[in-house]
Design a protein around this ligand. Sequence first.
Ligand code: HEC
Length: 331
Amino acid sequence: MMKTTRLLTTLGAAACALILGIGPALAAGKTIDWAKAPEAKTTLFYPGQSSFEWIQNGPDHGGARSFTKKGETCSGCHAEEAADMGKKMVTGQKIEPVVIPGKRGHIPLKVKAAFDEDTLYMRFEFPAGPHNAAPNAPGGKMDADNEIKLAMMIDDGKVDTADRSGCWASCHHDARDMPDAPKKDGLVVTKYLPESRTAISLKDSPRGGWDKTKPAADLDAALKAGTYLDLVRYKSGKGGVSEDGYVLAERVLKTGGAANFAGKKEGDNWVVTMTRKLNPGQPGDKVLEAGKAYTVGIAVHDDHTIGRFHHVSLDLKLGLGTDGVIKAVKQ
Ligand code: HEC
């Protein structure tokens, strides 16, 4: 009899949690008290066509030499001026040939993180933007199905320069919609890492190295050695879709992976939460450990955009129980 009562109470609590929409926390078997998690405020800016090749070329970029020769970080020079930078690209003043009239140049983002023995929890909040019809898309929407997408790349120090440049290690001059994208029907070049190519042209056109992929055996070895950027993504369409993957020779993303997202509009803001096992035990999933810090790059595609028409963070440190711009505190 007592057993039955306890079971019913448990079921009652679960049903209650479902009704309250505590989906992701329930899936991980616990509720995070976000009020207790420190909040990081950062600025996502519109990057235009600032590729891995562009940032390292002196005639293009004022910070090229300090970045390549002196080991400086992007955030070290730009963290305080991201909003001003975004304005230059979004208005077409610099490295952005397709201007979306009225589009915002930056998005303020609030990030919180927490962890326990086996799971990382994150919470992202940013203001929903106005709709500005994109001139390069039918109906003004490049991705009609998804009002927003939120993605995060994670580096644990194994990808060259990613600890200083975040996403830029994966963004190339010959990727989709970039200046040197190959003009071949049906060919879409996604993100890739320099480590997956035999050569990358930094200065001579075409810049990049999309067609210089290393042999499959080398790529397998790189994946096993952890030479990849972990990638997770939330899509707001179809009631919310969670994707998980990585970037090495190309961008790999699939559903049913380690990251579970939930997102909704609360008033004027989007709130997206994520749970992810610290050690998912799958190839392409970084093993995260307490006491360590990771470099993350966060991107938001707002207002139905795709490709480079997103807002991105500079390199951010996520510390699990240790220092970082984003401090995940144990709960
Ligand atoms: C030593 C400091 C320094 C570093 C490190 C640095 N930059 Fe810059 N960056 C500059 C300067 C200077 C400019 C030119 C600003 C201007 O023209 O007013 C610039 C311009 C830019 C621009 C164009 C927008 C603008 O405001 O002109 C982008 C985008 C950019 N940097 C991205 C990056 C990224 C990404 C990294 C890291 C991979 C990086 N920068 C590293 C100094 C730096």
